[in-house]
Write a new protein. Structure first.
Length: 166
């Protein structure tokens, strides 16, 4: 919730465009990325799992804003298949970049925990480092809340992904 509030504040602060700020930042190119890897949880019902994410920032009039989708497993024992997970979608805001090598993005998302279909909300900050060409390593620190009434769960963790990004 806190990360979502900070993301919204950063978005609103950057949304005001004057004739001075409009000329200070050139039109942005589009950017996209897709990656997969694993995560380690500090808090939550599982200690580790798999994660996959994709995001796209169209640039132009959208500026630093984009869209993001993510899927995470919620099983400690993946040997017998995946029994549960998180399916999330939301917005991404590129907070800083030293392109073409480094980008830092804030993200906030909402979705469902499956198979029980409970609402999940959260967000985080992802740092992407390009190694060679489009090959990138992503480090994502996240907080998600799965709303199950009195039995709500807080998931705090970090993911390391390998992917392709532009």
């Amino acid at each position: 919730m806190v990360i979502a509030a900070v993301s919204l504040a950063a978005l609103l602060a950057s949304a005001r465009v004057t004739r001075h700020t409009a000329s200070a930042e050139p039109a942005r190119d589009w950017h996209a990325g897709i990656g997969a890897g694993g995560y380690v949880a500090i808090l939550g019902p599982v200690s580790n799992g798999l994660v996959a994410s994709a995001d796209v920032s169209p640039g132009g009039s959208f500026g630093r804003l984009g869209a993001r989708v993510e899927a995470r497993t919620l099983d400690d024992d993946l040997g017998d298949g995946i029994d549960g997970g998180l399916l999330l979608g939301g917005v991404v805001y590129e907070a800083a970049a030293a392109r073409p090598r480094l980008a830092v993005a804030l993200h906030g998302e909402a979705g469902v925990a499956v198979p029980d279909l409970h609402l999940a909300v959260g967000g985080g900050v992802e740092t992407t480092l390009w190694i060679i060409g489009p090959l990138a390593v992503g480090l994502d620190a996240t907080v998600h809340l799965v709303l199950r009434g009195v039995d709500s769960e807080l998931l705090v963790g970090s993911a390391l992904t390998l992917g392709l990004a532009r």
